[in-house]
Design a protein. Structure first.
Length: 277
C-alpha cells in the first residue's frame, strides 16, 4: 500500500488559506509608521504652544477689559487657535506627510503597485487625524495648566473640550483638501500658502455670518472651535444642537465633495506618473 503524504511534507501547501492582513490595514499601519518617524510631530507640539502663549498674553494684557475667569481666558486661546493655528497646522501636517513621497521614488512605486495611488492617498489622509487629535489634546492640557497657574481655578469650562473633540470631524474637509494639494504639489510651502489664502477668505465669511461659512473648510474649523466662546468675530453660537447641526451637516456635505476630489486626483495620477504631479 502506498503511504499518503503527510501534511508536513515540504512539497505540499498547508491546508486552507494562510491568514493575510487586509491591505487597507497594512497601508494604514505603514503610513502610521512613516508619520511616527517624520517631523510632523514638531508641528503638532509647536502650534498649540503658540496658541496658548498668544491667548494667555492677550488675556493678561487685557484683564482689565475682559471678565476675569476661565471663560475669557479659554476664549482668547481658542480665538487665536481657531483663526490661524489649527487650519495652518493641518496644512503643515499634510505637507509633512507627503514630503517623503516627493523626495523619493515612493510615489512611482505606489502608482504601479497592486494597492495603487488611491489607496495610498486615502491611507495617508486618514492617518493625519492622529496628529490633529494630538494637537487638540495638547492644547487642552496646556490651556488648563496655564489657566490654573493664572489662578483661575481647577475646573475649566466644557466648551473648549467639546469644540476640540468635534473639530476632528469638521476638519475632515480641510484635511482632504490639503492632502490633495500636497499630493499634487511637490513644493512643501505651496499648499501651506494656499491654505493661508483660504484662511483669510474664511475670516471674511465668518465675520459676515455667510452661509458659505458652513461649507468652506477653514471656516468649519473656526466655527467649531469658537462655539460657546465669548471672543469671536461673529455670533458663533453655543455648544448646543442648534449650533452644532449646521456645522456637522456642512462638514458632511463639504467633506464628501473634498474626499471625492481627493480620490479623483489620485486616480488621475495613475496615468500621469511623477512628471504629471
Amino acid at each position: 500500500m502506498t503511504a499518503l503524504p503527510s501534511s508536513s511534507s515540504p512539497g505540499l501547501a498547508p491546508c486552507g488559506p494562510a491568514p493575510t492582513r487586509p491591505r487597507v490595514i497594512a497601508l494604514l499601519a505603514a503610513e502610521a509608521i512613516k508619520l511616527r518617524r517624520s517631523s510632523v510631530w514638531i508641528v503638532s507640539l509647536l502650534l498649540p504652544v503658540l496658541a496658548v502663549v498668544a491667548g494667555g498674553v492677550n488675556y493678561v494684557l487685557n484683564v482689565g477689559v475682559l471678565t476675569p475667569g476661565w471663560a475669557s481666558y479659554s476664549s482668547q486661546v481658542l480665538l487665536f487657535y481657531a483663526l490661524f493655528f489649527c487650519s495652518l497646522g493641518v496644512a503643515l501636517l499634510a505637507s509633512s506627510a507627503w514630503r517623503p513621497e516627493h523626495r523619493t521614488t515612493s510615489w512611482d512605486i505606489a502608482v504601479t503597485s497592486p494597492a495603487g495611488p488611491v489607496a495610498l492617498a486615502l491611507a495617508k489622509t486618514v492617518v493625519l487625524t492622529v496628529p490633529l487629535a494630538a494637537m487638540q489634546g495638547l492644547l487642552l492640557v496646556l490651556t488648563w495648566v496655564v489657566g490654573a497657574g493664572l489662578g483661575l481655578g481647577m475646573l475649566p469650562p466644557a466648551a473648549p473640550v467639546g469644540g476640540c473633540l468635534i473639530v476632528l470631524v469638521s476638519a475632515q474637509p480641510l484635511i482632504a483638501v490639503q492632502s490633495m494639494l500636497s499630493m499634487r504639489m511637490r513644493s512643501f510651502a505651496a499648499p501651506v500658502a494656499v491654505c493661508f489664502v483660504a484662511v483669510v477668505v474664511s475670516l471674511s465669511l465668518v465675520m459676515q455670518d455667510s452661509p458659505l461659512a458652513n461649507l468652506w473648510p477653514p471656516s468649519l474649523v473656526t466655527q467649531t472651535l469658537t462655539l460657546g466662546s465669548s471672543a469671536t468675530l461673529s455670533n458663533a453660537g453655543s455648544l448646543d444642537a442648534a449650533s452644532l447641526i449646521p456645522v456637522l451637516l456642512g462638514s458632511l456635505g463639504s467633506g464628501a465633495v473634498c474626499w471625492i476630489l481627493l480620490v479623483c486626483r489620485a486616480e488621475v495620477a495613475t496615468g500621469l506618473g511623477p512628471t504629471g504631479r
